[in-house]
Design a binder for this molecule. Structure first.
Ligand code: C2E
Ligand code: MG
Ligand code: MG
Length: 642
């Protein structure tokens, strides 16, 4: 930026100084005297050369120049002045005795501003001098103004350029900042999305998680609130073997299986309006937003079953998985997702206990059932205090000798108002509520006391019998189970060879590590062991190899179907063969027909138990049965059907 004030001060001139050039001293004197009097600064030169020198030392504001001079005349002086940039603008007034038009024209042509003829009138000189100085001043002011204007223009252009540059820079920065902000926003959105993804999805399966499901269900429930006709369906899928897979193959294999299951579900079941979520642990939830119809939901459930039915290969092992599914058709009577989960869970439990179906649609009977369960739980507590239980004994027969080899003890509950309640009903509730622990101990104690009675009655007769007692998995899990057992054995004084413990296959497989430890301790005490209800669980026979088991009891559901030519027959035969290979003997449970006996005998099954021989008996009829049918105990024994 150029400073105008500084520039102006440079071109400001001092008071008017006039150079008088004349070779006539009188003229010089008169003119200088007059002009000094008028306040001008006056310098004088008496010829052209002197004039040029004087001008060089200080530029005059005006020159009064005589034309006729001896060496360099006035015209010449003027011409030289006009050639120089420094002096060309000095106003020159010729003062001359020559008064021809030619002289005047020439004077103006070479650049003079005025012409005064000699002899001059002093007033005229003063007037012309003053005019020219004014003119010169005006010219200078004009030049100065012009310069200021140019500076102004220059400054404006510079300012505009600067503004343009600043604008450009600003725009550039705005663009850069916008881009930077956009990147930051994008990054934040990405992080936000990632956080949301983590919050709403399961990291293992990549499926939406339980939290997501809860959010979604809350939204759907809100949507159908006060609209009794609007419904949707929630299915919870609970695989059956997960604990076994985790325990036997390790958690990693379990995770791998979950991943594979979710991939299959995603690729084969996913469709519009079907949303699959990982419900937690090994469970999945399937949300059918547009399905209010049980039949449609069942069709989906069947598709899911088919999709998961084929083999999964994990760590070069072939794994088959079966599941139970609870279906809840959700309407406006539900207000919280937890209520849906509760009902789905009840439906799953029902499906688990059903032999016909792997799924169950939740309905009010299940709910009533739940209330009944609660009632049984309360009654069980009272029953324990009031000793409402007793034991029955069901004979177990040797198919080779047609004699009794022992009994299975079966607990009975005679409810004071409700009458007989089946153990199939109350044992699972007792297990869920841990009431099986005191009840189980009472059963063991009672059974051992009975063994002691029969042992005493048969003493000296060289007879053998065993009494099998059903033991719940919960009892096995008790740290002090063995101590309690030792105590009972010691208190009752039984010969340990008469005692056999039964544990169901499913409980065994769900408690492999505990079973390993407890079985070993039992074996150390020479207590016999039986695997109960074999075939209903999922263990493979080869897996059972690790347990020191004596007996395998084939579940009634297989034995009852032996008459037909079906898969059950094949399974029973294969089970007997494999059990023998592993050194186990076999008891067929629930034998009801001669045909079944024939078949079982044919396949080499050692023992049978069932209504064909006897129903579970009270202790005295049981003793009668034992006494009459025990090998070598009584010669008048009734012939058992074989
Ligand atoms: P389980 O241990 O497999 O007992 C055999 C069940 O089959 C008994 O049912 C018995 O009455 C029944 N049964 C035997 N032969 C036949 C037959 O020919 N036909 C038919 N239809 N059924 C037959 P129950 O007494 O109802 O017991 C059911 C289940 O309850 C038992 O199955 C066992 O798991 C459990 N349980 C019974 N008593 C006890 C006990 O004292 N302790 C424990 N922990 N569980 C018990
Ligand atoms: Mg049993
Ligand atoms: Mg059984």
């Amino acid at each position: 930026m150029i400073n105008a004030a500084q520039t102006c001060s440079k071109i400001e001139l001092s008071a008017d100084n006039i150079l008088i050039v004349d070779d006539t001293p009188d003229n010089l004197r008169l003119l200088s005297k007059t002009l000094i009097k008028e306040g001008y600064q006056v310098r004088c030169a008496i010829n052209g050369a002197m004039a040029l020198l004087t001008i060089k030392t200080k530029i005059p504001d005006l020159i009064l120049l005589d034309v006729n001079m001896p060496d360099i005349d006035g015209f010449e002086v003027c011409q030289q002045l006009k050639k120089s940039e420094l002096t060309k603008d000095i106003p020159v007034i010729f003062v001359s005795a020559l008064d021809t038009v030619f002289d005047k024209v020439k004077a103006f042509e070479i650049g003079a501003v005025d012409y005064i003829s000699k002899p001059f009138q002093i007033l005229e000189v003063l007037s012309r001098v003053s005019n020219q100085l004014n003119l010169q001043n005006l010219r200078r002011q004009l030049i100065q103004k012009n310069q200021l204007l140019q500076i102004e223009i220059y400054n404006r252009i510079a300012a505009e350029t600067e503004i343009q540059q600043l604008n450009f820079d600003l725009e550039k920065r705005v663009v850069e900042r916008t881009m930077q902000l956009q990147t930051e926003i994008n990054q934040k959105q990405k992080v936000q999305k990632e956080l949301e993804y983590i919050a709403w999805n399961d990291s293992l399966t990549g499926l939406p998680n339980r939290l997501y499901l809860i959010k979604k269900l809350k939204k759907l429930l809100l949507k159908i609130k006060d609209k009794p006709d609007h419904k949707f369906t929630t299915i919870i899928l609970d695989p059956n073997r997960f604990k076994i897979i985790n325990d036997s193959l390790g958690r990693q294999a379990g995770d791998q299986l979950l991943k594979m299951m979710s991939q299959r579900l995603k690729s084969e079941i996913s469709a519009a309006n079907i949303e699959i979520t990982h419900f937690g642990e090994d469970k999945f939830a399937i949300l059918l937003e547009k399905t209010a119809n049980e039949q449609q939901a069942i069709a989906v459930v069947q598709d899911i079953q088919k999709c998961l039915a084929s083999v999964f290969v994990i760590e070069q092992r072939e794994i088959f998985i079966s599941s139970n599914m609870g279906i809840v058709v959700c309407d406006s009577s539900y207000s919280e997702p937890e209520e849906i989960f509760r009902d789905a869970d009840l439906a799953i439990q029902k499906a688990k206990h059903s032999s016909s179906n792997f799924y169950r649609v939740f309905d009010t009977t299940i709910q009533n059932n739940t209330l009944e369960i609660l009632e049984i739980e309360t009654d069980l507590r009272i029953a324990l205090q009031h000793r409402e239980f007793h034991l029955n004994y069901q004979p177990i027969i040797s198919l080779n000798t047609a004699t009794i080899v022992g009994f299975e003890t079966l607990v009975r509950w005679n409810h004071p108002y409700k009458g007989f309640i089946s153990p199939g009903k109350f044992i699972p509730i007792a297990e869920q509520t841990n009431l099986i622990l005191p009840l189980g101990m009472w059963i063991l104690q009672e059974a051992c006391q009975q063994i002691r009675v029969w042992q005493d009655r048969l003493s000296g007769k060289h007879t053998d019998f065993t009494v099998s007692v059903n033991i719940s998995g919960k009892q096995f899990e008790q740290e002090d189970f063995i101590q309690q057992l030792d105590q009972i054995v010691a208190d009752t004084g039984i010969d340990i060879k008469h005692l056999k413990l039964e544990i169901t296959e499913t409980l065994l497989m769900n408690n492999i590590e505990i079973a390993d430890r407890v079985f070993r301790q039992l074996k150390d005490r020479k207590i016999q062991l039986a695997i109960d209800d074999f075939g209903t669980g999922y263990s493979s026979l080869s897996y059972l190899d690790r347990f020191p088991v004596d007996t395998l009891k084939i579940d009634r559901s297989f034995v009852s179907r032996l008459n037909e030519k079906n898969q059950a027959s094949t399974i029973v035969k294969a089970t007997i063969d494999l059990a023998h290979n592993l050194g186990f003997n076999v008891v067929a449970e629930g034998v009801e027909s001669q045909q079944q006996i024939d078949q079982l005998k044919d396949w080499g099954c050692e023992f049978a138990q069932g209504f064909l021989y006897a129903k579970p008996l009270m202790k005295e009829p049981a003793w009668q049965f034992l006494h009459q049918n025990l090998k070598g105990a009584n010669s008048t024994k009734t012939k058992l059907i074989l």
